[in-house]
Design a protein. Structure first.
Length: 348
């Protein structure tokens, strides 16, 4: 029977812990599950809730930090120092796994020893609302060579993973090391890319592997677009800097990701004019970021569309955009993504 070590970092999420641990300890047949809850100096009753859960189930352990150490240190304490199962899962205290998620992932990993991590579809749901029904019958799977998966991510400029839906091979986790404390907001992207430099990547089709809870305190919800763009840029550049010897054509990958991030920043700046929200959107900073990413930004069709919006102005643009300039934007967008698709040549 395969073993799975699940690490749950928790900061002021004690109210979610019973549901999170219940999804791991119940309805996961055929796997030996152990859970570590790491309370990172919470100010609520998280530590007490965690200890109560552990007292009721010997498969659960609790570590309590006297002071907050931050995300990366908390993650690494669990995945590097504690986890000893065949496979490891890092799951936020406000998320859950679907029935059979660990069973399906472990069976797949057992059958594909070359795969370093496997993921599936996450179900997003609004906090306070009902859980959507989960698909639990596997319809197939895919294995992508790591370099092919990496190429797809560099051409997209973003992650395709929320996080709780991932099961990793513990031995590979030990090889690649822990999370980077310098990249708080996009450390997960960097981690998956580092994995893919050393192994293949698996995907489970037709099933939902995790529940991702949407609420105001989510890290991915609460951060600003510009912060997110900078974090992703830092994550991709970190992989380029530290894993260049394991990448195929790192120069081409660098060009691809910097172009697409520049395009995304320009698109956000242009849309601020369309919506009359230039006062709420850091337009100048977004444009500066685009030029920082890609020296050829001024030659992009989208940049010309952005400059036209600037000349028209934010007061008039929202009225004209649906009638006239949406066609310009669509042309620019279609051109850019067609170019991206042509370069990508990847279905992942």
């Amino acid at each position: 029977m395969s073993s799975v070590s699940v690490v749950i970092p928790c900061y002021n999420y004690g109210r979610f812990l019973p549901e999170a641990t219940g999804s791991l300890l119940n309805d996961q047949p055929g796997v030996d599950v152990r859970v570590l809850i790491v309370d990172d100096g919470s100010q609520d009753d998280s530590a007490d809730v965690a200890k109560k859960i552990a007292a009721a189930d010997r498969r659960v352990e609790v570590h309590v930090h006297a002071a907050n150490k931050g995300h990366a240190a908390t993650y690494n304490e669990g995945i590097l120092d504690w986890a000893d199962g065949d496979y490891t899962v890092l799951m936020s205290a406000d998320d859950m796994l679907t029935p059979g998620a660990l069973s399906r992932a472990a069976a797949f990993m057992d059958a594909h020893p070359n795969v370093g991590f496997v993921y599936g579809h996450p179900l997003r749901f609004q906090h306070g609302g009902p859980l959507p029904p989960a698909r639990t019958v596997l319809r197939g799977s895919s294995v992508w060579p790591g370099q092919r998966w990496i190429k797809g991510r560099f051409h997209d400029g973003k992650s395709v993973i929320s996080s709780p839906e991932v099961v990793v091979r513990t031995s590979v986790q030990k090889q690649v090391g822990g999370y980077d404390a310098q990249n708080v907001h996009a450390g997960d992207i960097e981690m998956w890319l580092r994995f893919a430099t050393r192994s293949d990547v698996g995907y489970l089709r037709g099933v939902d592997q995790a529940y991702y809870r949407m609420h105001g305190a989510n890290m991915t919800v609460s951060r600003h677009l510009l912060v997110d763009l900078r974090a992703r840029k830092g994550a991709f550049e970190s992989v380029l800097d530290h894993c260049a010897d394991r990448l195929q054509d790192p120069a081409e990958l660098s060009d691809s990701v910097h172009r697409v991030l520049a395009w995304e920043a320009l698109w956000a700046a242009a849309r601020a004019y369309d919506r009359g929200r230039t006062g709420q959107t850091p337009v100048d900073e977004l444009v500066a970021f685009a030029f920082e990413c890609w020296p050829g930004t001024a030659r992009m069709p989208l940049y010309r569309a952005f400059r036209l919006r600037q000349r028209i102005g934010p007061k008039v643009m929202p009225y004209l955009q649906p009638l006239i300039l949406s066609a310009v934007a669509r042309k620019a967008q279609n051109w850019w993504w067609w170019q991206s698709w042509e370069r990508r040549g990847v279905g992942a």
